[in-house]
Design a protein. Sequence first.
Length: 296
Amino acid sequence: MSGSPPDKGSLPDSLPDKGPAARTAALARDLKPRIVSGVLLAALALALVWAGPMPFAALVITIAVAMCWEWGRVVRGPQLDPAFAAHAGAVVGAALLAALGFAALGLVLVLIGAVLVMLLQFGGHGRLSGLGVPYVGVPAVALLWFRSDEPYGFAAVLFILLVVCATDTFAYFGGRSIGGVRLWPRISPNKTWAGFISGIAAATVTGALFAVFLAGASPVRLAVTALVLGLVSQVGDLAESALKRGFGVKDASALMPGHGGFLDRMDGVVFAAAAAALAALVVDIQEPARALLSMR
């Protein structure tokens, strides 16, 4: 797509050898649409996370439906087909169950939806179409599972979102301003080691600072947790890049000016939320938010 932004933590292909001045100019051109749409989405997300599980569920469901459509657009094309209806229906149902306190049933519905989508697409990218259901549904259930665990639900969701945001932002600025050696050219030729390391460092610092404002939390533990989530979120970024590269797609859509689509922006959240939920499940299935934040 014309006018689409480069990958997070990357340099534009046209500027690999033009030095810091060219990279700074390109960075300035990209910033305005990215900042405006990013700030608006962040403000809306913060307000709805604060408002409670059901308002947050409305946000999660809206973004999840957009991601379902984008997944189908990448894998099958932009048409609204029966596979999209099954995909979106399973994810919306799972998110509602999680918001009502039935996260386990939500995961069962995600599994059923994945099988149904594969059957609907049998012989035509069935496995990848089916994979889109847990890709969108599991993090949706995870975030709502965390948010419903009071009194730490808001803090847990905010922690995940801040860590991913810090990782993405500093990976972008680090890659664009520093440049250097490419991270994994075959999968995402624009991403750099400088961006990757900048993102991980920012995530770690964010975790430590978050603990300062959360009474009873350990800065060391949250820094380590944030480091892991930052690493996982960048793996998610690479995984989504691999999916798009496999289908010859630059952006999942143009729904977010300056960013591409929701799949492009939420790839880190997808992996980080799922990883955080898995860790909390092992530590304390009854109090996942408290477990994630190490409030024991």
